[in-house]
Structure formats: structure tokens, C-alpha cells
Design a protein around this ligand. Sequence first.
Ligand code: HEC
Length: 134
Amino acid sequence: MNVKLFAVGVAAAIALSGAAYAGDAANGEKLAKTRCATCHTFEQGGAKKVGPNLFGVTTRGPGKAEGFNYSASYKAAAEKGFAWDAANLDEYITDPTAFLAKKTGDAKARSNMTFKLAKPEERADVIAYLATLK
Ligand code: HEC
């Protein structure tokens, strides 16, 4: 077997396996601008759109964007208390409604965010970018 090719293959496998992949914030910024920016702004003091401004989302806690009216399910989940760490963000962006159902324990919970990012590497990149917004 070609040892060099094998090494490249192993490196790629490690890079793509969720646990070991830390996320590329620069690519995450590009993805955020194309996938999330219809509904979110990212700069400090940015306006709300369909969704809240996301500057500082990883440090301010859930449901804290000033002047934004979160859904009832979202408020119920935030009241129970959770942090926007990488694991929670990953679950939320995968399926916001499923995330709120799990956090509230209410199968009828509904998120007002009707968007899902299916690819794990894209989620990791976007989450790495969100973590820089503080
Ligand atoms: C179609 C519009 C839409 C798109 C696209 C969208 N979102 Fe959202 N997002 C929302 C809405 C609406 C909420 C508020 C949810 C609620 O009240 O239930 C929200 C809430 C959030 C929150 C929680 C914010 C807080 O203040 O606690 C995060 C984090 C988030 N979105 C991340 C993302 C990311 C990352 C993307 C792109 C991958 C994205 N969203 C794409 C509409 C959207």
C-alpha cells in the first residue's frame, strides 16, 4: 500500500469525524453570510430580522437579544436554563423544533426558526464562527 496516500486518508478521516473536527471559523463566516443572514445579523448592535441578532450569542445566554420576541416554546426552554455551548448549538441548528421539544419536555414545542443545517462539517464551521462574535 502507498504509505503517503494512507496517511492523507487517515488525516482526512480524523478531520471529518465530528469529535475531532474543531470547525473552521473563516468558512463558518461565509456559510453564515449565505445561509443564516436572511434571518440574522451578526455585528454588535445589529438589527433583528426574522431572527435575533447573534453577536455574543455564545456568552449572553439563550433568549437574550434585546427587543426580540422569542416564541413561547423558546422562552420555556430558556427558562429551564441551558448554555449555548457547541453541543447545544449543534443540536439546535440540526433541528430547532426537536431541540426545543427535548429541552422543554413538550412534544408540541415549536421553534420559530424554520431552518436546518444538515451537514455536520458546516455546522461545526458556523459554530466556530459564532464563538468568535464576542
Ligand atoms: C428562516 C429564518 C432563519 C434562518 C435561515 C436561521 N434562523 Fe436562527 N433563528 C430564527 C428565529 C425566528 C429564531 C428565534 C427562535 C424562536 O423564537 O423560536 C432563531 C434563533 C436562533 C438562535 C438562538 C438565538 C438566541 O438569542 O438565543 C441561534 C443560535 C440561531 N438562530 C442560529 C442560526 C444559525 C447559525 C443559522 C444558519 C445556519 C440560522 N440561525 C438560520 C430564524 C432563522
